[in-house]
Design a protein around this ligand. Structure first.
Ligand SMILES: [Ca+2]
Ligand SMILES: [Ca+2]
Length: 146
């Protein structure tokens, strides 16, 4: 009888622990857009993401979306495809054409599209510089006639 009681207590404790763990795991994901994209990584990476969210009353909004919790230069909302912070709990996960969400809690995970845009800007700058050089090489109009 005592043995059965002890076993019962152990099972009860195990269930309670599992429930506590599960609520820590699942309780967070529905609160942010694309919250299931990285699972527990979203809040258990070393960054201010979890702290920032807590400081914002665990609420996803424009204020929290505008923060850059992992300091990679991209706001949380940009990383989770909701730059305006317009997503609300229960909404479908936001999507963006040709982009997957990146981890707002991992500075090594950031939008690849931005890299392409930066590369394009560099190319455009090079083209402008080349045009300026060409203009400098040409003699001023009418200079040879004088
Ligand atoms: Ca970021
Ligand atoms: Ca990131």
């Amino acid at each position: 009888m005592v043995k059965a009681l002890k076993a019962g207590i152990v099972i009860l404790l195990a269930v309670l622990l599992a429930a506590a763990f599960a609520s820590a795991w699942w309780g967070f994901e529905p609160k942010i857009p694309n919250g299931n994209a990285f699972g527990c990584d979203t809040c258990h990476k070393k960054s201010n993401f979890k702290k920032d969210l807590k400081n914002n009353d665990n609420k996803w909004d424009e204020t929290f979306a505008a923060l850059d919790s992992d300091g990679d230069g991209f706001a949380n909302g940009v990383e989770l495809l909701d730059p305006e912070g317009a997503w609300r709990e229960g909404d479908d996960d936001p999507t963006a054409a040709g982009r997957e969400p990146t981890n707002p809690s991992d500075a090594k995970s950031f939008p690849a599209v931005a890299e392409e845009e930066i590369a394009e800007e560099e190319v455009e700058e090079d083209e402008v510089e080349e045009e300026e050089e060409v203009e400098e090489e040409e003699p001023p109009a009418g200079a040879a006639e004088e």
